[in-house]
Design a protein around this ligand. Structure first.
Ligand SMILES: Nc1ncnc2c1ncn2[C@@H]1O[C@H](COP(=O)(O)OP(=O)(O)O)[C@@H](O)[C@H]1O
Ligand SMILES: [Mg+2]
Length: 260
């Protein structure tokens, strides 16, 4: 059975999309069958695969507005084993439209039903808000990965995010345990980096998994999207690529030992 994982943090610029794109690619290269669902109207994950979002007719918006099924909108990427459900700016209207339908929280979950038998991993790239698109992502997800940028205000807003996850668990009976906290844009050589790591450990360390793998600041990761490819393809040897490959193996090992 596949696992649906939401890459979530209502803060922008913490590395959610970079993680979704490169972790999905790394898992696919490890021979896992992977689907990435772009739930952000900014569609950075979509363009990150070189897909021109402006001309797309079928996107995740078509699914949420119930015109199409998920199968109708799945696209293959240039990477073997990796499929994508794209997004574009039309999705920004969905937030308001969803609020008018009955049961606006479960539409994504219903549309992904059955696909856990098709894919080993479904990664959702969640937008930077706690609105209906994010709630839909949480309800659909079996677990979440929270990227945290190693900077001074790293944990600001974390209480709100945890509260949202708990509310979805309680009110919508849909638990999404934290699969792991991921330190991004991390530099262990700086005092700030080490300080943030320590704070994150104090905040989560007793109860939650903090991934052993951390993602360093690496310019190749930032350059790759403008070439329309994941860093893993753009620069195989870069430290950014290595880090996401390591994260993929950490996750696969975690899941293998859970099963045995
Ligand atoms: N590890 C990294 N090293 C260098 N740049 C990064 C790294 N992770 C993300 N970035 C860059 O930082 C910006 C924000 O990252 P992004 O993944 O889009 O964050 P989010 O999806 O959380 O808003 C992007 O320009 C991205 O290319
Ligand atoms: Mg993003």
């Amino acid at each position: 059975m596949g696992e649906i994982i939401a890459i979530i943090n209502q803060k922008g610029g913490v590395g959610k999309t970079t993680t979704a794109v490169n972790l999905a690619s790394a898992l696919a290269i490890e021979n896992k069958k992977v689907l990435i669902i772009d739930m952000d109207p900014q569609a950075n994950a979509t363009t990150g695969f070189g897909i021109e979002k402006g001309v797309l007719e079928n996107t995740i918006y078509s699914v949420l507005s119930e015109d199409k099924t998920l199968s109708d909108v799945i696209m293959h990427t240039d990477i073997k084993n990796l499929d994508l459900v794209p997004s574009n700016i039309h999705l920004s209207g969905a937030e308001i439209e969803l609020s008018k339908v009955i049961g606006p929280y479960k539409i994504l979950k219903e549309s992904t039903k059955g696909f856990e038998h098709v894919y080993d991993y479904i990664l959702i790239d969640v937008p930077p808000s706690l609105g209906l698109l994010t709630i839909n992502s949480l309800v659909a997800a079996d677990s979440v990965i929270i990227p945290i940028q190693a900077e001074f205000y790293a944990l600001e807003g974390m209480a709100d995010l945890i509260e949202a996850i708990e509310l979805v668990e309680k009110r919508l009976e849909s638990p999404s345990p934290i699969k792991g906290i991921l330190l991004t844009l991390y530099d262990s050589r700086t005092r700030l980096g080490r300080e943030v790591y320590k704070n994150v450990k104090e905040y989560f360390g007793e109860t939650e998994n903090i991934f052993k793998t951390t993602i360093p600041r690496n310019v190749r990761l930032a350059e790759a999207p403008s070439h329309g490819m994941p860093c893993i393809i753009y620069d195989e040897e870069s430290i950014g690529t290595m880090a996401y490959k390591k994260l993929a193996r950490e996750i696969i090992n975690m899941d293998d030992s859970d099963e045995s």
